[in-house]
Design a protein around this ligand. Structure first.
Ligand SMILES: [Zn+2]
Length: 305
């Protein structure tokens, strides 16, 4: 029996981030807990409902990359499933450690203490490049990474037998603007485009993106086309533009280029246009990873290029 996969979408306030669940014959694994506590509480109910028919155990929770909207409210889930281990690849944990002390102060100041745990649990490092669930030895799950997505430190999880890919924020569904605020160099943009190529060549039948608005369904071809268009326009308007555009011009350009993506515009486009527009206000709070200083070798060294 192939592994089954499911996903749950956080509230719009929680940036419509996606939590996914892989279910085998005896065990299950969760990916990317929500940003906010109320979404995490909903997720606990969803996990229980999803697992209730066959009684599988939640064995582990993985995090795809260091961004808080993919792990900050793991606490209620780990409390509800105390046997579950909490894991991330070592390079993801390093990214979390780079900014943890600042982010645990910053995000409650935006969302309020009732929405963000006081001490978000940090994952333990997972040192293997794959895992296997009890009862499903013929369905390994591979960790591919680090690869570039909306941060430098993504793991994508590939189920070769099921041809399913859990993408984290290497792929945003076509319903949603893409967080490009950290794409500070041509090397970062190129590395992300290489990740999209890699995903295309894996030829997944099913893809679970890092963000999708409720009411939309993931679609391999349409969501990858969205990413290619987004990154290509970003290169044209920003990375390779002969002259810096105005803040308003960038905001309007991306808004009009993706009219179906109409949620959280101030967050996604506000940050995009301020980070890269002439005279924009740069989000200094988010400059922890020194991403712009990374060269090709460190970003896409798996190409030996
Ligand atoms: Zn995200």
């Amino acid at each position: 029996m192939p592994l089954q996969s499911y996903y749950h979408v956080s509230s719009e306030k929680g940036l419509s981030s996606v939590t996914s669940l892989i279910v085998g014959s005896k065990e299950a694994v969760l990916f990317d807990p929500p940003f906010l506590i109320p979404d995490a509480n909903d997720t606990v109910t969803w996990i229980k409902n999803t697992l209730s028919t066959q009684n599988q155990k939640l064995k582990a929770v993985f995090v795809t990359h260091h961004h808080p909207d993919h792990f900050f409210s793991a606490n209620p889930i780990l409390e509800a499933f105390p046997e579950a281990r909490f894991f991330a690849a070592p390079y993801v944990l390093a990214g979390i450690n780079n900014e943890y002390d600042d982010k645990v102060v910053y995000w409650p100041s935006i969302f309020g203490r009732e929405n963000i745990p006081e001490k978000p649990r940090k994952p333990d490092p997972f040192e293997y490049s794959f895992f296997i669930l009890e009862g499903d030895p013929d369905s390994p799950v591979h960790l591919l990474g680090p690869v570039q997505g909306d941060s430098v430190d993504h793991t994508i999880f590939w189920l070769p037998k099921e041809r399913t890919l859990i993408c984290g924020d290497t792929v945003y569904a076509r319903s949603t603007h893409v967080w490009v605020e950290e794409v500070e160099s041509a090397a970062l943009l190129e590395a992300w485009q290489r990740t999209i190529q890699l995903i295309e060549h894996l030829n997944p039948m099913k893809l679970i993106p890092g963000h999708i608005e409720s009411g939309w369904e993931p679609d391999v071809a349409a969501d990858l086309a969205h990413m290619k268009k987004y990154l290509s326009l970003f290169g044209e308007k920003i990375t390779y533009a002969p002259k810096k555009a105005q803040v308003n011009e960038l905001y309007e350009f991306f808004k009009n280029s993706f009219p179906q993506a109409d949620k959280n515009l101030d967050f996604f486009l506000g940050h995009l246009s301020n980070q890269f527009g002439e005279g924009g206000k740069v989000w200094e709070e988010n400059r922890h990873q020194n991403a712009g200083e990374r060269g090709r070798e460190r970003l896409q060294g798996y190409w030996f290029s």
